[in-house]
Design a protein around this ligand. Structure first.
Ligand SMILES: NC(=O)c1ccc[n+]([C@@H]2O[C@H](COP(=O)([O-])OP(=O)(O)OC[C@H]3O[C@@H](n4cnc5c(N)ncnc54)[C@H](O)[C@@H]3O)[C@@H](O)[C@H]2O)c1
Length: 378
Protein backbone atom coordinates (compact mmCIF):
# COMPACT_ATOMS: atom_id res chain seq x y z
CA UNK A 1 0.00 0.00 0.00
CA UNK A 2 1.23 3.50 -0.73
CA UNK A 3 0.15 6.77 0.83
CA UNK A 4 0.91 10.41 0.02
CA UNK A 5 3.47 12.31 2.07
CA UNK A 6 3.20 16.06 1.58
CA UNK A 7 6.40 18.09 1.38
CA UNK A 8 6.65 21.83 2.02
CA UNK A 9 10.06 23.08 0.93
CA UNK A 10 11.54 26.39 2.09
CA UNK A 11 14.20 27.87 -0.23
CA UNK A 12 14.63 26.94 -3.90
CA UNK A 13 18.34 27.44 -4.56
CA UNK A 14 20.99 24.78 -5.13
CA UNK A 15 19.64 22.44 -2.47
CA UNK A 16 16.02 23.22 -3.29
CA UNK A 17 16.71 21.76 -6.76
CA UNK A 18 18.66 18.74 -5.45
CA UNK A 19 15.90 17.88 -2.97
CA UNK A 20 13.05 18.48 -5.43
CA UNK A 21 14.72 16.12 -7.88
CA UNK A 22 14.97 13.50 -5.12
CA UNK A 23 11.29 13.78 -4.09
CA UNK A 24 10.16 13.73 -7.71
CA UNK A 25 12.13 10.60 -8.60
CA UNK A 26 12.48 8.44 -5.51
CA UNK A 27 9.30 6.41 -6.03
CA UNK A 28 10.39 5.53 -9.58
CA UNK A 29 13.35 3.57 -8.24
CA UNK A 30 12.63 2.63 -4.62
CA UNK A 31 9.63 0.74 -3.27
CA UNK A 32 8.37 3.08 -0.60
CA UNK A 33 5.08 3.23 1.24
CA UNK A 34 5.15 7.02 1.81
CA UNK A 35 5.24 8.71 -1.59
CA UNK A 36 6.42 12.32 -1.61
CA UNK A 37 4.00 14.89 -2.99
CA UNK A 38 5.47 18.28 -3.93
CA UNK A 39 2.77 20.19 -2.07
CA UNK A 40 4.28 23.65 -1.61
CA UNK A 41 7.46 25.61 -2.18
CA UNK A 42 8.15 28.72 -0.12
CA UNK A 43 10.37 31.64 -1.05
CA UNK A 44 10.17 35.37 -0.47
CA UNK A 45 9.81 36.31 -4.15
CA UNK A 46 6.37 35.03 -5.19
CA UNK A 47 6.96 35.28 -8.95
CA UNK A 48 10.23 33.36 -8.81
CA UNK A 49 8.66 30.81 -6.50
CA UNK A 50 5.80 30.35 -8.98
CA UNK A 51 8.25 29.80 -11.83
CA UNK A 52 10.13 27.24 -9.71
CA UNK A 53 6.86 25.51 -8.75
CA UNK A 54 5.85 25.26 -12.40
CA UNK A 55 9.22 23.83 -13.41
CA UNK A 56 9.39 21.20 -10.67
CA UNK A 57 5.71 20.41 -10.27
CA UNK A 58 4.90 21.93 -6.87
CA UNK A 59 1.15 22.29 -6.35
CA UNK A 60 1.29 25.64 -4.55
CA UNK A 61 3.47 28.54 -3.47
CA UNK A 62 3.97 30.40 -0.19
CA UNK A 63 6.01 33.55 0.40
CA UNK A 64 6.11 33.36 4.21
CA UNK A 65 7.47 30.21 5.84
CA UNK A 66 5.38 30.86 8.96
CA UNK A 67 2.25 30.57 6.85
CA UNK A 68 3.53 27.32 5.35
CA UNK A 69 3.85 25.85 8.85
CA UNK A 70 0.19 26.57 9.63
CA UNK A 71 -0.99 24.47 6.69
CA UNK A 72 -2.68 21.22 7.67
CA UNK A 73 -1.84 19.63 4.32
CA UNK A 74 1.92 19.68 4.95
CA UNK A 75 3.46 16.57 6.58
CA UNK A 76 7.15 17.48 6.38
CA UNK A 77 9.08 20.71 6.11
CA UNK A 78 12.33 20.78 4.18
CA UNK A 79 14.68 23.59 5.24
CA UNK A 80 16.88 24.65 2.30
CA UNK A 81 17.64 28.19 3.47
CA UNK A 82 20.94 29.75 4.58
CA UNK A 83 22.23 28.54 7.95
CA UNK A 84 21.04 31.49 10.06
CA UNK A 85 17.40 30.52 9.42
CA UNK A 86 17.65 26.81 10.28
CA UNK A 87 17.03 27.17 14.01
CA UNK A 88 14.02 29.48 13.92
CA UNK A 89 12.28 27.51 11.17
CA UNK A 90 13.07 24.09 12.66
CA UNK A 91 11.82 24.97 16.14
CA UNK A 92 8.60 26.47 14.76
CA UNK A 93 8.13 23.44 12.47
CA UNK A 94 8.57 21.05 15.41
CA UNK A 95 6.03 23.02 17.43
CA UNK A 96 3.64 22.76 14.48
CA UNK A 97 4.08 18.97 14.58
CA UNK A 98 5.83 18.70 11.21
CA UNK A 99 8.54 16.20 10.36
CA UNK A 100 11.72 18.08 9.43
CA UNK A 101 14.42 17.51 6.83
CA UNK A 102 17.02 20.21 7.53
CA UNK A 103 20.03 21.17 5.46
CA UNK A 104 23.47 21.06 7.01
CA UNK A 105 25.13 22.39 9.05
CA UNK A 106 22.39 21.84 11.60
CA UNK A 107 22.78 25.35 13.01
CA UNK A 108 25.11 28.34 13.40
CA UNK A 109 26.71 26.72 16.47
CA UNK A 110 26.17 23.89 18.95
CA UNK A 111 24.12 25.99 21.41
CA UNK A 112 21.55 26.64 18.67
CA UNK A 113 21.74 23.01 17.61
CA UNK A 114 20.98 21.82 21.15
CA UNK A 115 17.81 23.97 21.19
CA UNK A 116 16.75 22.41 17.89
CA UNK A 117 17.35 18.90 19.22
CA UNK A 118 15.27 19.61 22.29
CA UNK A 119 12.44 21.02 20.15
CA UNK A 120 12.18 17.97 17.86
CA UNK A 121 12.58 15.53 20.75
CA UNK A 122 9.90 17.31 22.80
CA UNK A 123 7.51 17.36 19.83
CA UNK A 124 8.37 13.77 18.89
CA UNK A 125 8.65 14.63 15.20
CA UNK A 126 10.84 12.73 12.72
CA UNK A 127 13.99 14.63 11.84
CA UNK A 128 17.01 14.24 9.60
CA UNK A 129 19.90 16.42 8.42
CA UNK A 130 21.10 16.38 4.81
CA UNK A 131 24.61 15.02 5.25
CA UNK A 132 24.10 13.32 1.91
CA UNK A 133 27.65 12.07 1.30
CA UNK A 134 26.90 9.13 3.63
CA UNK A 135 24.64 7.89 0.85
CA UNK A 136 27.00 8.03 -2.08
CA UNK A 137 27.10 4.26 -2.80
CA UNK A 138 30.93 4.08 -2.64
CA UNK A 139 30.93 5.84 0.76
CA UNK A 140 28.17 3.58 2.10
CA UNK A 141 30.22 0.65 0.82
CA UNK A 142 33.25 2.01 2.72
CA UNK A 143 31.11 1.92 5.87
CA UNK A 144 30.21 -1.73 5.20
CA UNK A 145 33.89 -2.62 4.70
CA UNK A 146 34.94 -0.89 7.93
CA UNK A 147 32.09 -2.42 9.94
CA UNK A 148 33.01 -5.89 8.63
CA UNK A 149 36.42 -5.48 10.30
CA UNK A 150 38.40 -5.82 7.03
CA UNK A 151 40.58 -2.80 7.82
CA UNK A 152 41.43 -4.04 11.32
CA UNK A 153 42.52 -1.43 13.81
CA UNK A 154 42.29 2.05 12.28
CA UNK A 155 45.39 4.26 12.58
CA UNK A 156 44.69 7.24 10.33
CA UNK A 157 41.75 9.21 8.90
CA UNK A 158 42.51 11.93 6.35
CA UNK A 159 40.00 14.18 4.58
CA UNK A 160 40.12 17.26 2.35
CA UNK A 161 37.46 19.48 0.83
CA UNK A 162 39.06 21.91 -1.60
CA UNK A 163 37.52 24.67 -3.72
CA UNK A 164 38.81 27.83 -5.44
CA UNK A 165 35.81 30.11 -6.01
CA UNK A 166 36.51 32.97 -3.54
CA UNK A 167 40.09 33.88 -4.53
CA UNK A 168 39.10 37.18 -6.20
CA UNK A 169 39.15 40.14 -3.81
CA UNK A 170 36.43 41.75 -5.98
CA UNK A 171 33.87 39.14 -4.96
CA UNK A 172 31.36 40.77 -2.60
CA UNK A 173 29.93 39.13 0.52
CA UNK A 174 26.30 38.64 1.56
CA UNK A 175 22.91 38.36 -0.12
CA UNK A 176 21.59 35.94 -2.69
CA UNK A 177 24.23 33.48 -3.81
CA UNK A 178 26.99 34.96 -1.63
CA UNK A 179 25.56 34.49 1.87
CA UNK A 180 28.31 31.88 2.49
CA UNK A 181 30.86 34.73 2.76
CA UNK A 182 28.76 36.63 5.31
CA UNK A 183 29.35 35.35 8.84
CA UNK A 184 25.95 36.61 9.99
CA UNK A 185 24.20 34.26 7.54
CA UNK A 186 26.68 31.37 7.44
CA UNK A 187 28.00 31.19 11.03
CA UNK A 188 31.45 30.21 9.77
CA UNK A 189 33.28 29.71 6.50
CA UNK A 190 34.72 26.45 5.23
CA UNK A 191 34.44 24.87 8.68
CA UNK A 192 30.63 24.77 8.78
CA UNK A 193 30.17 24.63 5.02
CA UNK A 194 32.69 22.01 3.87
CA UNK A 195 34.49 20.46 6.85
CA UNK A 196 31.10 19.73 8.41
CA UNK A 197 30.56 17.21 5.58
CA UNK A 198 34.00 15.67 6.14
CA UNK A 199 33.39 15.48 9.90
CA UNK A 200 29.95 13.88 9.54
CA UNK A 201 31.34 11.19 7.23
CA UNK A 202 34.34 10.69 9.52
CA UNK A 203 32.38 10.16 12.73
CA UNK A 204 29.96 7.89 10.89
CA UNK A 205 32.81 5.77 9.52
CA UNK A 206 35.34 5.97 12.35
CA UNK A 207 33.52 7.00 15.55
CA UNK A 208 33.73 10.07 17.76
CA UNK A 209 36.40 12.77 17.90
CA UNK A 210 37.71 13.69 21.36
CA UNK A 211 40.02 16.69 20.80
CA UNK A 212 41.20 18.97 18.01
CA UNK A 213 44.00 21.40 17.19
CA UNK A 214 43.15 23.80 14.39
CA UNK A 215 44.29 26.78 12.35
CA UNK A 216 42.16 29.03 10.19
CA UNK A 217 42.90 31.94 7.89
CA UNK A 218 40.85 34.69 6.29
CA UNK A 219 42.91 35.66 3.27
CA UNK A 220 40.71 38.54 2.10
CA UNK A 221 40.01 40.65 5.18
CA UNK A 222 37.40 43.04 3.78
CA UNK A 223 34.78 42.72 1.06
CA UNK A 224 31.93 44.89 -0.14
CA UNK A 225 28.69 43.73 1.49
CA UNK A 226 25.84 43.24 -0.95
CA UNK A 227 23.14 44.14 1.59
CA UNK A 228 24.71 47.35 3.00
CA UNK A 229 26.74 48.44 -0.03
CA UNK A 230 29.68 49.15 2.32
CA UNK A 231 33.10 47.53 2.51
CA UNK A 232 32.95 45.38 5.66
CA UNK A 233 35.21 43.06 7.61
CA UNK A 234 35.04 39.42 6.51
CA UNK A 235 34.11 37.26 9.50
CA UNK A 236 34.37 33.79 7.99
CA UNK A 237 37.30 31.36 7.79
CA UNK A 238 38.50 31.08 4.17
CA UNK A 239 40.65 28.06 5.01
CA UNK A 240 40.89 25.66 7.92
CA UNK A 241 43.15 22.73 8.76
CA UNK A 242 42.95 20.64 11.88
CA UNK A 243 44.45 17.62 13.58
CA UNK A 244 42.33 15.47 15.85
CA UNK A 245 42.28 12.38 18.01
CA UNK A 246 39.42 9.95 17.48
CA UNK A 247 38.12 8.14 20.54
CA UNK A 248 39.19 4.79 18.97
CA UNK A 249 42.83 5.97 19.18
CA UNK A 250 43.29 6.87 15.52
CA UNK A 251 44.67 10.21 14.34
CA UNK A 252 42.79 12.56 12.01
CA UNK A 253 43.98 15.22 9.58
CA UNK A 254 41.45 17.50 7.86
CA UNK A 255 41.85 20.42 5.48
CA UNK A 256 39.42 22.68 3.68
CA UNK A 257 39.84 25.88 1.68
CA UNK A 258 38.21 27.96 -1.02
CA UNK A 259 41.69 29.06 -2.20
CA UNK A 260 43.04 25.85 -3.76
CA UNK A 261 43.35 27.09 -7.36
CA UNK A 262 42.18 24.39 -9.74
CA UNK A 263 39.97 22.49 -7.31
CA UNK A 264 36.19 22.93 -7.54
CA UNK A 265 34.76 20.40 -5.08
CA UNK A 266 37.55 17.98 -4.31
CA UNK A 267 36.28 16.02 -1.33
CA UNK A 268 38.67 13.14 -0.67
CA UNK A 269 39.02 10.76 2.24
CA UNK A 270 41.49 8.02 3.12
CA UNK A 271 41.49 5.58 5.99
CA UNK A 272 44.51 3.46 6.89
CA UNK A 273 43.99 0.35 8.97
CA UNK A 274 46.26 -2.40 10.24
CA UNK A 275 45.18 -4.84 7.51
CA UNK A 276 43.77 -2.66 4.72
CA UNK A 277 43.16 0.92 3.56
CA UNK A 278 40.45 2.69 1.58
CA UNK A 279 40.35 5.94 -0.41
CA UNK A 280 37.49 7.85 -2.00
CA UNK A 281 37.30 10.96 -4.18
CA UNK A 282 34.14 12.96 -4.97
CA UNK A 283 35.41 13.72 -8.50
CA UNK A 284 35.28 9.98 -9.20
CA UNK A 285 32.45 9.26 -6.81
CA UNK A 286 31.46 5.82 -8.07
CA UNK A 287 34.90 4.33 -7.37
CA UNK A 288 36.37 3.13 -4.09
CA UNK A 289 40.10 2.41 -3.85
CA UNK A 290 40.97 -0.54 -1.63
CA UNK A 291 44.34 -2.01 -0.63
CA UNK A 292 44.49 -5.27 1.31
CA UNK A 293 47.80 -6.36 2.82
CA UNK A 294 46.50 -9.96 2.96
CA UNK A 295 46.55 -10.23 -0.83
CA UNK A 296 49.21 -12.55 -2.18
CA UNK A 297 52.56 -10.67 -2.17
CA UNK A 298 53.35 -10.02 -5.84
CA UNK A 299 49.73 -9.16 -6.64
CA UNK A 300 49.33 -6.71 -3.77
CA UNK A 301 48.27 -3.25 -4.86
CA UNK A 302 45.49 -0.67 -4.83
CA UNK A 303 42.38 -1.91 -6.58
CA UNK A 304 39.80 0.50 -7.91
CA UNK A 305 36.35 -0.90 -7.27
CA UNK A 306 33.69 0.35 -9.66
CA UNK A 307 30.80 0.57 -7.19
CA UNK A 308 28.04 -0.18 -9.69
CA UNK A 309 27.14 -3.81 -9.09
CA UNK A 310 23.75 -4.99 -7.90
CA UNK A 311 25.20 -6.07 -4.55
CA UNK A 312 26.71 -2.64 -3.86
CA UNK A 313 24.65 -0.31 -1.62
CA UNK A 314 21.63 1.21 -3.40
CA UNK A 315 22.88 0.09 -6.85
CA UNK A 316 20.42 -2.77 -7.28
CA UNK A 317 17.71 -0.11 -7.60
CA UNK A 318 19.32 1.69 -10.54
CA UNK A 319 20.58 0.39 -13.89
CA UNK A 320 22.52 -2.72 -14.82
CA UNK A 321 25.99 -3.52 -13.39
CA UNK A 322 28.72 -1.27 -14.75
CA UNK A 323 26.55 1.84 -15.17
CA UNK A 324 27.35 4.68 -12.77
CA UNK A 325 24.98 7.05 -10.96
CA UNK A 326 25.77 10.64 -9.96
CA UNK A 327 25.86 13.19 -7.15
CA UNK A 328 22.12 13.79 -7.24
CA UNK A 329 21.34 10.19 -6.29
CA UNK A 330 22.79 10.68 -2.79
CA UNK A 331 19.72 12.86 -2.12
CA UNK A 332 17.37 10.29 -3.65
CA UNK A 333 18.89 7.67 -1.33
CA UNK A 334 18.44 9.93 1.67
CA UNK A 335 14.75 10.45 0.89
CA UNK A 336 14.29 6.70 0.31
CA UNK A 337 15.91 5.89 3.67
CA UNK A 338 14.01 8.60 5.53
CA UNK A 339 10.63 7.55 4.18
CA UNK A 340 11.46 3.86 4.50
CA UNK A 341 12.41 4.46 8.13
CA UNK A 342 9.19 6.38 8.76
CA UNK A 343 7.14 3.44 7.53
CA UNK A 344 9.01 1.16 9.94
CA UNK A 345 8.67 3.66 12.81
CA UNK A 346 12.43 4.26 12.95
CA UNK A 347 13.46 7.26 10.84
CA UNK A 348 16.93 7.12 9.33
CA UNK A 349 19.78 9.37 10.47
CA UNK A 350 21.67 11.50 10.76
CA UNK A 351 19.08 12.88 13.16
CA UNK A 352 19.39 16.36 14.61
CA UNK A 353 21.09 14.74 17.64
CA UNK A 354 23.63 12.99 15.38
CA UNK A 355 24.30 16.23 13.50
CA UNK A 356 24.78 18.09 16.79
CA UNK A 357 27.95 16.05 17.31
CA UNK A 358 29.37 17.45 14.06
CA UNK A 359 28.36 20.93 15.18
CA UNK A 360 30.22 20.47 18.48
CA UNK A 361 33.35 19.40 16.60
CA UNK A 362 33.07 22.47 14.32
CA UNK A 363 32.76 24.68 17.41
CA UNK A 364 35.85 23.05 18.96
CA UNK A 365 37.79 23.53 15.69
CA UNK A 366 36.94 27.25 15.57
CA UNK A 367 37.72 27.68 19.29
CA UNK A 368 41.07 25.93 18.88
CA UNK A 369 41.97 28.09 15.87
CA UNK A 370 41.24 31.16 17.99
CA UNK A 371 43.14 30.08 21.10
CA UNK A 372 45.93 28.13 19.41
CA UNK A 373 45.43 25.32 21.93
CA UNK A 374 44.29 21.69 21.71
CA UNK A 375 40.57 21.79 22.51
CA UNK A 376 38.26 19.06 23.82
CA UNK A 377 35.03 18.50 21.90
CA UNK A 378 31.76 19.41 23.59
N1 LIG B 1 24.05 18.84 1.58
C1 LIG B 1 24.84 19.52 0.77
O1 LIG B 1 25.70 18.97 0.11
C2 LIG B 1 24.68 21.01 0.65
C3 LIG B 1 25.15 21.67 -0.51
C4 LIG B 1 24.91 23.04 -0.61
C5 LIG B 1 24.26 23.73 0.40
N2 LIG B 1 23.86 23.06 1.52
C6 LIG B 1 23.14 23.78 2.59
O2 LIG B 1 21.82 24.08 2.11
C7 LIG B 1 21.37 25.35 2.61
C8 LIG B 1 21.02 26.24 1.41
O3 LIG B 1 22.17 26.34 0.58
P1 LIG B 1 22.04 26.57 -1.01
O4 LIG B 1 23.37 26.29 -1.59
O5 LIG B 1 20.85 25.88 -1.53
O6 LIG B 1 21.79 28.13 -1.00
P2 LIG B 1 21.11 29.03 -2.12
O7 LIG B 1 21.62 30.41 -1.90
O8 LIG B 1 21.29 28.39 -3.47
O9 LIG B 1 19.55 28.94 -1.75
C9 LIG B 1 19.06 29.47 -0.55
C10 LIG B 1 17.58 29.67 -0.71
O10 LIG B 1 17.02 30.16 0.51
C11 LIG B 1 16.07 31.16 0.16
N3 LIG B 1 15.77 31.99 1.33
C12 LIG B 1 16.59 32.82 2.01
N4 LIG B 1 15.90 33.43 3.00
C13 LIG B 1 14.62 32.95 2.97
C14 LIG B 1 13.44 33.18 3.72
N5 LIG B 1 13.43 34.06 4.74
N6 LIG B 1 12.30 32.51 3.40
C15 LIG B 1 12.30 31.63 2.38
N7 LIG B 1 13.40 31.38 1.61
C16 LIG B 1 14.53 32.03 1.91
C17 LIG B 1 16.73 31.88 -1.00
O11 LIG B 1 15.82 32.65 -1.72
C18 LIG B 1 17.24 30.69 -1.80
O12 LIG B 1 16.23 30.16 -2.60
C19 LIG B 1 22.51 25.87 3.47
O13 LIG B 1 22.28 25.57 4.80
C20 LIG B 1 23.75 25.11 2.97
O14 LIG B 1 24.74 24.96 3.96
C21 LIG B 1 24.06 21.72 1.64
Amino acid sequence: MTRPYNIGMIGYGFMGRAHSNAYANVAHYFDIEYQPVLKAVCARDGEKAKAFAAKWGYESVETDWKKLLTRKDIDAVDICTPNNLHKEIAIAAAQAGKAILCEKPLAMNAAEGEEMCQAVEKAGVANIVWYNYRRVPAVTFAKQIIDSGKLGKIFHYRANFLQDWTISADLPQGGQGLWRLDVAAAGSGVTGDLLAHCIDTAIWLNGGIGSVSAMTETFIKERKHNLTGKVEKVGIDDACAFLCRFTNGSLGLFESTRYARGHKALYTLEINGEKASIKWDLHDLHRLSYFDHRDEGPYRGWRSIHVTDGDHPYMGKWWVPGLAVGYETSFVHQVADFLGGLAKGKPAGPTFRDALETQKICDAVLASAKSGAWTKVG
